[in-house]
Design a binder for this molecule. Structure first.
Ligand code: CP
Length: 312
């Protein structure tokens, strides 16, 4: 593996290898001294041109726990704010001998473009409305943990995964659909017609506008954030009406199978797409997803840079 730009880059063998190694990495999280020598001597730059709490922090922790030198760069405080182009910024930093760039960018396709300019490995940490492959991997990891804890068959094949909400603006949904195509989960997308991506009928997944009909059959219910910052028009009348049609309200919890898991990649809009009762329910896996994020990103960085690996 040279880069991780899309969930579609991963073969089934590679995806499972990342998930399996993440289980070993998760052990490190539980140790008093959280340090492995695995990436000693490697340099990773986290470049976040868009806001992030979970992804930026977990990539930084992942790099540090594996003894890599990690540096954070954001648009504010770098020469990007003086008008330097993304290409010149990437070429400049690449010339310093960096081994890996972890990039979040507001424009779809910008991370793949950056990968064409540099010798280092590149990880897509979320590009516009396009993809967020490490989120899909950590979601899969948290699903597998849940299946194990709920004592249901562990594999993804045939598992019913409902992904609900603002799918139009979501990079998380695209990466999850691509990864589950590889792993075998049966994805159903649920959204109002105004929040479905163009061309979704070619994605090879079921589509529904009826959340109440989908919930009783789902093994996993993944609620996605209403991305108001990416909305310019009236996609739904009011937040209250959105919640009534497509929110995981306290009343709807009764529709779920007892062994079903509730997930949300965060950040959550409590009271809009997910109620506090659902976010904090016993079968909510939201914080397990966050915890998995560090282990999965350690595993991804190791797959790219560990051993004799690395693009340079
Ligand atoms: N899920 C996710 O990408 O969250 P952040 O924007 O906080 O990184």
């Amino acid at each position: 593996m040279r880069h991780l730009l899309s969930a579609a880059d991963l073969s089934r063998r590679e995806a499972l290898s990342i998930l399996d190694m993440a289980e070993e990495m998760h052990e490190v999280q539980r140790r008093p001294i959280k340090k492995l020598p695995a990436l000693r001597g490697r340099t990773i730059i986290n470049m976040f041109f868009e806001d992030s709490t979970r992804t930026r922090t977990s990539f930084e922790i992942a790099g540090k726990w594996m003894s890599a030198d990690t540096i954070n760069v954001s648009a504010k405080g770098s020469s990007v704010s003086k008008g330097e182009s993304l290409r010149d910024t990437m070429l400049t930093l690449d010339s310093m001998g960096v081994d890996c760039f972890v990039i979040r960018h507001g424009s779809s396709g910008a991370v793949a473009q950056a990968a064409n300019w540099v010798k280092a490995s590149v990880v897509n940490a979320g590009d516009g409305q396009h993809e967020h492959p490490t989120q899909a991997l950590l979601d899969a990891y948290a699903m597998r943990q849940h299946f194990r804890q709920a004592r249901v068959r562990e594999g993804f094949e045939g598992k019913r995964i409902a992904i609900v909400g603002d799918l139009l603006h979501s990079r998380v949904v695209r990466s999850n659909v691509l990864l589950q195509r590889t792993l075998g989960g049966q994805v159903t997308l649920v959204a109002p017609p105004t929040l479905l991506p163009t061309g979704v009928e070619q994605w090879g997944v079921a589509v529904s506008h009826d959340l109440d009909a989908v919930l009783p059959r789902a093994d996993i219910v993944m609620m996605l954030r209403v991305q108001r910052e990416r909305m310019s028009g009236g996609f739904f009348p009011t937040a209250r009406e959105y919640s009534a049609g497509y929110g995981l309200t306290a009343e709807r919890l009764g529709l779920l199978k007892p062994e079903a898991a509730i997930m949300h990649p965060g950040p959550m809009n409590r009271g809009v797409e997910i109620s506090s009762e659902a976010a904090d329910a016993a079968n909510s896996r939201v914080l397990d997803q966050v915890s998995a994020g560090v282990a999965v990103r350690m595993s991804v960085l190791y797959h790219l840079l560990g051993g004799e690996g690395g693009a340079r």
